[in-house]
Design a protein around this ligand. Structure first.
Ligand SMILES: *Cc1c(COP(=O)(O)O)cnc(C)c1O
Length: 339
């Protein structure tokens, strides 16, 4: 194994030694297999390739000061993957199989789990897809569930520093009655064009608006949006938003800090009155937003005027990371120690 510079790891693919796999055939899940190959061999007519029958999860294993490995709210990821499977008619992965496979993938690659103190972690990517053949539009009869892992640093190269987002109105990420609320690959395919265009135009990511009326804030690319206004933590409520486990946790922590939590429609114009805004998700935990520019009318919303993240965002970020790394008491029972 090459020496890994834990402090400068990007957020990206990193080859490790093993991944784990399991097949669903004849109506049941088979044995868990270990593989050292980065490739999968699947049928040319597999439904994942043609009709987008695919869902994934994203979670992290953290190593604490005590050397222990911690998983954060894995039960929520397992449950969300079952919801995703249900939404696009795939075989559901039972929670005990999900847990067995993520633990196995982490343990087999334990040497890649970053030591405490670098802000790095081991990213876990479970994925489920239709592997059986169909040419007519139908769900597959066979499914494959796999888990691979890799060490990662912060999602945005800025780390916990303000990012700039572009508000887009000429693309939708997901439709109100579509698949935005489940974690399926197709949502990402639909967001790539706007996301890459924003990067070319100098932004970290895009802010999508709710598709039907284009009046309300939906999601910040692959992350949920939240705002702080006076004593409130505000986050959009919409049928096309993916329910983020990070956001769910931040809402609880905000409440613990004595903030009022508002989950409601958030109009774009409200941006003018917010004290702090941010994007949240497993990858970046919190990305403070320093500036938003509306691509259509050029309107600029400025935050973090001193170039730094806001006070409450910082407090929430530190609190959540402290629980994840085991520096602080896990009062909500969110952490599972696996060694
Ligand atoms: C995964 C994801 C998130 C973040 O969810 P977490 O559970 O916090 O990682 C937010 N939005 C979208 C679209 C996602 O796919």
């Amino acid at each position: 194994m090459q020496d890994i510079n834990w402090g400068t790891l990007p957020f990206g693919y990193f080859k490790t030694d093993y991944n784990v796999r399991c097949y669903y055939r004849n109506g049941k899940w088979g044995e868990v297999e270990t593989s050292s190959s980065e490739f999968v061999s699947i049928h040319i007519a597999a439904t994942c390739l043609h009709y987008g029958q695919e869902a994934f999860e994203g979670m992290k294993a953290y190593r604490g000061k005590d050397g222990k490995i911690r998983l954060f709210r894995w039960q929520e990821n397992a449950k969300r993957m079952r919801k995703s499977a249900e939404g696009i008619l795939m075989a559901e992965v039972p929670d005990d199989l999900f847990f067995e496979m993520i633990v196995k993938a982490v343990k087999l690659n334990e040497k890649y789990l970053p030591p405490y103190g670098h802000g790095a972690s081991l990213y876990i990517r479970p994925l489920l897809f239709g592997s059986g053949p169909q040419v007519g539009v139908k769900p597959a009869d066979e499914y494959m569930f796999m888990v691979f892992v890799g060490p990662v640093g912060p999602y945005f190269k800025e780390g916990f520093n303000p990012v700039t987002l572009q508000i887009v109105r000429d693309f939708d990420r997901a439709a109100p009655l579509g698949t935005g609320h489940i974690k399926v690959g197709g949502n990402y395919a639909g967001s790539l064009f706007a996301g890459e265009r924003a990067k070319k135009e100098g932004f970290s990511s895009v802010l999508f608006l709710e598709a039907k009326e284009k009046k309300y804030i939906d999601e910040a690319g692959p992350a949920n949006f939240f705002a702080i206004k006076e004593n409130s933590y505000i986050t959009p409520k919409s049928s096309s938003i993916l329910p983020s486990i990070t956001n769910m946790s931040l809402m609880q922590l905000a409440e613990d800090l004595g903030l009022k939590v508002e989950r409601r429609k958030v109009a774009v114009e409200e941006l003018d009155g917010f004290d702090e805004v941010g994007a949240c998700g497993t990858a970046a935990i919190i990305s403070p937003i320093g500036k938003l520019v509306d691509r259509e009318n050029g309107k600029v919303y400025q935050f973090c005027k001193d170039g730094k993240a806001g006070k409450i965002s910082t407090k929430l970020y530190e609190k959540l990371q402290a629980i994840q790394y085991g520096d602080e008491a896990d009062t909500h029972n969110w952490v599972t120690i696996i060694n």
